[in-house]
Ligand binder design. Structure first.
Ligand SMILES: Nc1ncnc2c1ncn2[C@@H]1O[C@H](COP(=O)(O)OP(=O)(O)OP(=O)(O)O)[C@@H](O)[C@H]1O
Ligand SMILES: [Mg+2]
Length: 132
């Protein structure tokens, strides 16, 4: 599963990843991958990879850093600043768009694959107030 997290600086991308990992009972720290490019978590044999490409000067740095091999079937890849690796980072199953709101943030979730649509459906069924 590839999830692009699309929002301005400080929009809440890392905060959402932290909440997702906490919801999967990860108790340790969840740090921003701004300097490390990727932070790795293994929870119940599922690999969670949290990327941040903000510091890329060129999209080709995605290949130079050897990041393509992380995008496997048994992994959940959460990507901040995917546009900085445009043309190289795999296309998403889901896109989460963040907007600043009067209080907190507004999130839009968009599915762009069969798996992404299933995931969105499951999210909606557990979240009755969510707009379709
Ligand atoms: N839903 C929210 N409501 C209120 N504050 C929030 C929310 N989400 C995040 N914040 C706050 O906004 C700040 C920035 O959040 P965060 O680091 O998650 O942003 P980011 O999108 O990952 O930014 P960057 O692009 O710099 O990595 C933090 O102080 C965080 O506590
Ligand atoms: Mg961040």
């Amino acid at each position: 599963m590839v999830v692009w997290l699309d929002g301005d600086l400080g929009a809440g991308k890392t905060t959402l990843v932290r909440a997702l990992l906490r919801a999967r009972h990860h108790a340790g720290p969840v740090r921003s991958p701004t300097y490390t490019l990727v932070e790795i978590y293994v929870i119940s044999r599922i690999y969670w990879y949290h990327f941040d490409f903000y510091r890329f000067n060129f999209p080709e740095e995605f290949l130079d850093a050897g990041l393509a091999e992380y995008f496997r079937d048994d992994a959940i890849c959460l990507v901040e600043w995917p546009e900085k690796a445009a043309g190289y980072v795999p296309l998403p199953d889901l896109v989460v768009r963040f907007q600043f709101a009067e209080r907190g943030r507004l999130l839009g979730v968009f599915a762009s694959s069969v798996e992404g649509k299933e995931c969105l459906k499951a999210l909606q069924s557990g979240w009755p107030d969510a707009a379709s």
